[in-house]
Design a protein around this ligand. Sequence first.
Ligand code: HEC
Length: 154
Amino acid sequence: MTKRRLLPLTLLASLLLMGACGDNIKDTHPQQLVSKRQAAFKQLTKALEPMGLVARERKDYNKSEFQAQALELQELSSKPWGFFTVDGNYPPTRAKPGVWLDAAGFKQAQDSYLVKVEQLVKVSGSADMNVIRSTVDAVEKSCKGCHDQFRNER
Ligand code: HEC
């Protein structure tokens, strides 16, 4: 903290300006809907990552560990959607307007994703790497499929 005060004023000013755009727009909603759903999605990324490593054979498959990871992903996968309420479309969201304009399509994308996660839970105890790989792949594709349709690029 004290270090900050030692920064030359111009540098400090430019840091503050940088903070004023892009990623750092404040979530002013009283329920912090955007922040909460973004945090929930980050948890999905974190939960999926170790399974992605196993699928790409960069990490050994361990049955009980992998099963627990799949279950954790399933549990976390129920979280983001409740934060997309009708009053939830405001900056700094990256969600496309389609989330609200095509609510049925967005719901369908959630459901088809959740089916893939369910399949991953089902096969998580199989030591068959081909099955593991294709099922993790299907989950990842499902994340991406929804993003292509409903999330803006940065
Ligand atoms: C049904 C649609 C859908 C599915 C499925 C989905 N996402 Fe997303 N994701 C979104 C939308 C919409 C946003 C933008 C949220 C916002 O900014 O308001 C988002 C945002 C994110 C973000 C950015 C969070 C941030 O801090 O800006 C990450 C990371 C992410 N998703 C990861 C994942 C992963 C990993 C999966 C699969 C395990 C996944 N998502 C599945 C729709 C989806």
